[in-house]
Design a binder for this molecule. Structure first.
Ligand code: C5P
Length: 478
């Protein structure tokens, strides 16, 4: 079978692979393996990943920000990987990042302060008790007068000290005094990495909000040893640093409360059976994540789905339509309410207290009663009605006409209409083709509805577009 040499790939492809692998904390080789695996399983993320054009642009202008030079304090720990930190200095400087290096005592066994100083064009710091640098609390300045602290290599010992708040040398004193983000590039023997004490320390550091890149799997400096423990490559660490240093994304929904429903509802027939539908909840969860990323305070009331809570979102899990309505009402007031749930229209009137049994008397008769309409209830509130109420219309025919009628009937402001005929694969799938129907003003008038048709997109892209549209509207109305 032919072998693939990454070095011989097209430059743009290499850059793409480096950025993607750095972002996922994998080696480039591992990333290629993951991509190929996904392609074989037909679920490649290539289309959703950073496009090559964007990567090429990023490489042409790799600096963090054109207007202001960013600054990094680079702590070099004592490990064989310290030699790669010298290359890291070059990679950071290429990205117009100013660097001041700190070498631990052990690091000086592997690289000299002179080489670090020559590459960084700065003096190098080694001693907590150096009267020259400490007369004005130099360790505090090294901790604070920078935008990011990188520890590379982050040895098992340095990480243990950090996890326990030790400060018995310059490096650990800086790390304890820091009020800046910290990025660790661990490097150690695989047995040390897998040791229970290191696992505990890594977990603690992650909980403390410390960023980490690597370690990668591969050959160790020790002969005949391989496993996880190699420090990430300099270019991977530099890419991760640039990512952290990038100016924060705009937060156009900061201060806004967003309430979202998602997923199906389960309507009990008896203690073990229920009426359900095929909704996966993916679209509602994606909207919750996008609204949270835009700075909103998001509450997501979800029916039973197999999805993880989006970070930073308050998720309330419910079963039935009536539970959902209660939790939605309890979560008011909100500035924006988005009802993406596929709520069951009916429930069983005579829910069995015990499991229904087959009897000779024939089939059980299931009488259905209508569920409360959450969207209509909230849209028609006299008090506490969210200023912007958005519903969804999943239709299998006459999409726009049905959605227009729905906006009028339910009294909401916008409707996101989508075709969910089985051939579209929308139900449970990752893509969606939607039309946004909006109506202005107080009048509920079918003819005044505006329709915007969006191209086929991933559910994340639909979420991002919808949130952008909401942000625009909120800004116009403020
Ligand atoms: O009437 P239909 O189910 O097509 O309406 C869809 C819209 O109404 C969606 O936004 C859905 O979340 C909402 N809905 C609701 N409560 C119901 C039924 C639908 O909130 N009982």
């Amino acid at each position: 079978m032919a072998s693939l040499t990454i070095r011989k790939l097209d430059e743009a492809v290499k850059v793409y692979l480096r950025l993607r692998s750095a972002g996922n904390g994998r080696s480039v080789e591992e990333e290629v393996r993951v991509i190929l695996g996904e392609l074989v399983q037909g679920r490649s993320e290539l289309s959703g990943a950073t496009p090559l054009s964007a990567v090429a642009h990023a490489e042409a202008a790799p600096s963090v920000s054109a207007s202001s030079e960013r600054s990094v304090t680079l702590i070099i720990g004592g490990g064989i990987a310290a030699f790669k930190s010298l290359e890291l200095i070059r990679r950071l400087k290429e990205r117009h990042i100013h660097i001041r290096c700190v070498l631990t005592k052990a690091a000086q066994q592997f690289v000299t302060p002179l080489s670090a100083s020559a590459l960084s064009h700065e003096r190098v710091y080694t001693d907590l008790f150096n009267p020259e640098s400490e007369f004005d609390a130099g360790h505090i300045r090294l901790a604070r007068e920078c935008d990011l602290i990188i520890v590379a290599p982050a040895t098992a010992d340095l990480m243990a000290k950090m996890a326990h708040g030790h400060a018995d040398d310059l490096a650990t004193a800086i790390l304890l005094a820091a009020n800046r983000p910290i990025l660790l590039a661990p490097a150690m023997n695989p047995l040390m990495w897998n040791n229970a004490a290191t696992r505990r320390n890594v977990l603690q550091l992650r909980r403390d909000g410390i960023h980490m890149i690597g370690p990668n799997a591969g050959e160790m400096a020790e002969s005949n040893e391989a496993g996880i423990g190699r420090m990430s490559e300099a270019v991977e660490i530099a890419a991760a640093a640039v990512d952290i240093l990038r100016p924060p994304r705009p937060r156009p929904l900061a201060g806004k409360r967003v309430l979202i429903t998602a997923g199906p509802t389960h309507e009990a027939i008896d203690p073990v059976r229920y009426i359900a539908n095929r909704s996966s909840g993916k679209q509602g969860f994606a909207i919750a994540a996008a609204a949270q990323a835009a700075g909103a305070d998001v509450t997501l009331v979800s029916g039973p789905v197999d999805l993880r809570d989006p970070p930073g979102v308050t998720v309330i899990r419910v079963e039935s339509a009536r539970d959902m309505l209660h939790r939605v009402e309890a979560a008011l007031p909100a500035d924006i309410a988005i009802f993406a749930a596929a709520v069951a229209d009916w429930r069983v009137a005579n829910e069995g207290e015990q499991k229904l049994k087959k009897t000779s008397a024939g089939m059980p008769q299931l009488a259905l009663v209508e569920n409360p309409d959450i969207l209509a209830t909230i849209s028609k509130l006299k008090e506490n009605r969210p200023p912007l109420v958005i519903g969804f219309a999943a239709e299998t025919e006459h999409l726009i006409d049905n959605a227009k009628a729905k906006i009028a009937r339910k009294g909401c402001d916008w409707i996101v209409a989508n075709d969910v005929s089985p051939a579209t694969g929308v139900m449970g799938g990752d893509r969606n083709t939607v039309h946004l129907l909006t109506r202005d003003g107080e009048k509920i008038n079918v003819d005044s509805t505006k329709v915007e048709s969006w191209p086929v997109m991933t559910k994340e892209q639909v979420a991002a577009e919808l949130v952008a549209k909401i942000a625009q509207t909120m800004e116009k109305n403020s």
